[in-house]
Design a protein around this ligand. Structure first.
Ligand code: PLP
Length: 366
């Protein structure tokens, strides 16, 4: 990436972009269009609203955390009428609620959801949602899979996920600055009709450029060079193995939490990260600070109003089982030093046992 002084209107760059797009189709599990933007993930989320809906349209938004709230705010910014499906934070989504609403109420242009609501470390059943929304020819399913991609099975095309959003700084293991959207044929029909203002994020223009192995405007060249390499790495590993690696870490972390007398925050836990409730009387931020100061390890507290209610340990991207073992060991020392009574080694032991029970041959993490 540091070496890339490539001009973007050259054959050399076209070749790299072509390779990156092919890799993205594999990562997203789709043969439909994928567009790349130079923005953070939120830019691509905004582009989904602008390209699919017109002012006055109606949207159904699943809100079970910070990122669900973001869909709601984006829809409002584009004068889209929001109907909220509110889920208590950390609870699973019941897809039947979406079906009931789509069958009963006035027509909805799009359903917005997260594959993984990162703020509560919760996974949603987007597969079932895809099957439901597929029955409604004028409604698109939009999935923020920024942390779902690469950490859970996500078959964009087979599952009828009309628009899937990704971002470079999560499972793509890159610095922030790139966002991705996959767009189904059904979604394209809405894109053609949308009356919302858009310019940089206009999918129609970008699609024409991508057909010529170009981007409409100057791409983030160095990040796309990195992207093509990362996706090569993922293809060598095999996407299933990458996902299994994250899942193994998540299962091991949950087992460790239980062994340490702690509660997993989510009732539908994801594999991108694990949210754990801190022990009585110890705020999350103290756990976070101690791990950083004492061991140089970075984890996150909750977001917004959940700040002190959970701390979150990542499993996404380059993290592997070795990292998670060290993390759990240092977490034990941290909790002990902060006054939580535990039997040292019990978390690590539970993680090791999970590994022995779950590991399948050929998985990364050996
Ligand atoms: C990280 C994350 C985003 C990120 O948005 P940025 O604009 O890249 O900060 C959006 N949605 C989810 C679910 C995320 O985890």
């Amino acid at each position: 990436m540091a070496e890339s002084e490539i001009h973007h209107r050259t054959e050399e760059f076209k070749r790299i972009l072509r390779e990156a797009l092919a890799g993205l189709r594999y990562f997203f599990q789709t043969q439909e269009d994928i567009l790349i933007f130079a923005s953070s993930g939120t830019g691509a989320m905004e582009s989904a609203v602008a390209n699919l809906l017109s002012p006055g349209d109606r949207a159904l938004v699943v809100v079970g955390g910070k990122f669900g709230e973001r869909w709601e705010e984006l829809c409002k910014a584009y004068q889209v009428g929001v109907e909220k499906i509110a889920i208590p934070y950390g609870q699973a989504l019941d897809p039947r609620v979406v079906r009931q609403r789509l069958e009963a109420g006035p027509s909805v242009g799009a359903v917005f959801v997260q594959a993984v609501e990162t703020s509560t470390a919760t996974e949603y059943d987007v597969r079932s949602l895809g099957a439901i929304v597929h029955e409604f020819p004028d409604t698109c399913l939009v999935v923020d899979a920024i942390t779902g991609l690469g950490t859970m099975e996500l078959r964009t095309q087979d599952w009828h996920l009309d628009l899937v959003v990704g971002g470079s700084q999560k499972a793509f293991m890159l610095p922030p600055g790139l966002s991705f959207v996959s767009v189904s044929e059904k979604a394209w029909r809405r894109v053609e009709r949308s009356g919302s203002p858009r310019y940089y994020f206009d999918y129609r223009r970008e699609r024409k450029s991508v057909a010529r192995d170009q981007t409409a405007y100057t791409p983030a060249v160095s990040l796309i060079v990195g992207l093509s390499q990362v996706l090569r790495f993922v293809q060598e590993q095999g996407l299933d193995n990458v996902i299994r690696g994250a899942r193994l870490q998540a299962e091991a972390t949950r087992a460790a939490a239980r062994a340490l007398g702690l509660q997993v925050f989510s009732h539908s836990p994801c594999a991108a990260c694990t949210g754990i409730r801190p022990p009585e009387g110890i705020p999350s931020t103290r756990v976070v600070q101690h791990l950083r100061k004492e061991f140089g390890l970075v984890i996150a507290a909750g977001q917004g109003e959940l700040k002190e209610q959970l701390f979150r340990i990542a499993h996404i991207g380059y993290f592997d089982f070795y990292d998670i073992l060290g993390m759990i060991g240092c977490l034990e020392l941290t909790l002990e030093q902060l006054g939580h009574s535990l039997s040292l080694g019990s978390g690590v032991r539970a993680a090791l046992q999970t590994y022995c029970q779950r590991r399948e041959p050929g998985e990364p993490g050996e």
